[in-house]
Every structure is written in structure tokens, then in C-alpha cells.
Write a protein that binds this ligand. Sequence first.
Ligand code: ACO
Length: 342
Amino acid sequence: MDSLVDTPTPRIAGTTAPALVVRSILAGIGGYLPERVVTNAELAERVDTSDAWIVERTGIRQRHIAGLHETCAFMAAMAARAALADAGAEPSDVDAIIVATATPDQAFPSTAVRVQAELGCKGFGFDLSAACSGFIYALSVADSLIRSGAARGVLVIGAEVYSRILDWTDRTTCVLFGDGAGAVFLRAGEGSGAASDRGVLSTHLHAQGTMGDMLYVDGAVGRHDRPGHVIMNGREVFRHAVTLLSETVAEALAANGLTQADIDWLVPHQANLRIIDGVGRKLGLPPERVVVTVDRHANTSAASIPLALAAAHEEGRFAPGQLVLMEALGGGLTWGSALVRL
Ligand code: ACO
């Protein structure tokens, strides 16, 4: 494969053109949602909750819950196929697959290689674990692979089956999550390196392991007594979310010499409408420029941002050249942001 980095600067009659750099172009977006929709009212038949409480505290009205055939790998492959079709790309254009997930079907092989087999791609693939920030982390790694010349086409997928790690008797967590998968296909392209160029402009990743007990799953492969359930101190997570997310959004803008006014779309992790509104308000963005799917999808963890991208794309809301800011925070704590020019 040709090197993609540091294309030599062309010299024209005494002038120096800006150096061309490799950019990760967001070439295609796709999503998959399980067939079964579970409303708040249905949940209220199983646990002591109500539609009114859930809507008021979270903005969630329904979630999709995976059937037995809708495994993490199945949904990831469906979303990936849709992203490739959207990009007009073939499986042979894929050099690498990264699946962000906290709910793989198996410890190994990775969900990514299951997707590779299903789609008939070559190259390499691996799963990445960063909870609800997983998609931002995966996008960042994929962008590095493309910029370094290690890959020209990367499928970045967020896929989750949280319904299998929820304690369905715990009303403080089970009402918050849903299942699904979203994917983007990144393709190497060249630009001058200015913020006006298309593609991933920058990504910013953070982690604070000392806050690991705020949101975690109390089981894993080594735990045979039970598979593990989501345990969360919701108030503490909420308290940190708006502050840390606003900080990482500010650093993304500063790194690119941009201001809030330059942002066309905020596509936040879809955990809770109050967190989304809080960050939007701090940014001074009107609600119509914030993509919200938490009402329909609930919190699908690593899948939530690509699913929100897919929904907005399907609705024809995006236009080439627009600036999209993404941010997420989740277990770890992990958090981060990504700025992408469509
Ligand atoms: N239905 C009815 N009542 C409930 C429910 C429910 N589903 N869940 C909790 N309650 C009750 C509580 O028991 C409590 O009752 P009490 O006052 O008698 O003790 C009361 O409601 C208030 O509980 P709080 O936990 O204080 O409610 P809060 O307003 O903080 O909302 C929530 C809880 C929605 C979880 C909120 O803290 C939150 O959104 N936190 C962010 C967490 C999050 O989104 N995590 C997702 C993963 S991380 C991420 O993606 C960012």
C-alpha cells in the first residue's frame, strides 16, 4: 500500500502550497435497530415505574430490545452493511474494522472479526471497550490508522445488547438503556489540513479510572455465579457529565480555532435529555441544531452516536461541508469529543 502520510508540498512558481495531509472522510453512515420496541408503559408493567417519571427525568419514551437472533455481531454487521452501501463502497474497500462494544457475544473472537466474516472483508479487526464513549474512542483510533497510512478504509461500529446485562428488577437502571448498532465508513482523502477541509478534524479522549465505581458491570468472564449487571450511581454520573462534556467540547473547538457559532450539528451521546440539553445550552446552540434520538432509542451506549448520525442522515438533515461535533461520557469514567466536517 502507498504511504498516505506527508504528501510532499508542491512548489509552483515561487509560492508554497499548503501541505496536503491525509484526512478520514466520513463516507457512509448506517444503523440497525432491533425489531421489538418496548414502551415505558410496558416497562411499568414489570417494575415500579411510570411513563411520566421516565420521560420527565430522562426524555426516554421507548427503546428497542434485541431478540435472540439479534446478537451484537448480527446488528454490527447490519449497520456496517448499511454504512458501506451509503458510501457506495464494497467489502473489498475495508482494510480494518473496529467495533466499540461493552456487550460482545463472546469473549473472543472479537465482534469485529465476526463482522469481517459476515461481510467478506479482508484486513484486520478488533473490539474496543470504552463503555458509552466507545464510538468516540473507536473513531479516534480509526482516524489514526488512516492518517498513519495503516489503512485507507475503516468501518467504525458501535454495537450493544445492554438488555442482556440489565437487572430487569432494578428500576434505576433498566429503564435507561436500549439495544442497537450504528456504523460509519471512513475513507482516506487528502486535504490541506485547514479546519475548512472535510473529514475528521480532531478527536479528544479522556479517562479517569479513579471514578470507575460510579458506573460499572459487576461481572465478567471470570464470574461464573452470574453474568453481571449494570450498577450505577446515576446522580454522580449526572453531576460529572455536563461539566466534563462541556470541557471536551471546548477543547475540540479551541484545537481547531473554531467557535460555537461554527457548529452546524451537535450529535451527543444519547444518555439523558437533561444532559444533552445542558451541554447544548452551555454551547449556546439552538435545540434544532442538536440531534436527539434518546426519546426513541434510549441509551444504546457505544451505538448511540452512530445511531443518531444514521437517523439524522436518513432524515436528510446533513449537508456536505457542515461541521458536526460529537461528545460522549460513560463508564470508566471515559469521555471525549470528535469534530468532523461532512
Ligand atoms: N421510576 C420511578 N422512580 C424511580 C425510578 C424509576 N425508573 N428510578 C429511580 N426512581 C426514584 C428513586 O428511587 C428516588 O426515590 P426516593 O426519592 O423515594 O428515594 C427518586 O426516583 C429520585 O431518584 P434519583 O436517582 O435522585 O433521580 P434522578 O433525578 O437523579 O434521576 C437518573 C435518575 C435518570 C438515573 C439520573 O440520575 C441520570 O440521568 N443520571 C445520569 C446517568 C446516566 O445517564 N447513565 C447512563 C450511562 S452514563 C452515560 O451514558 C452518560
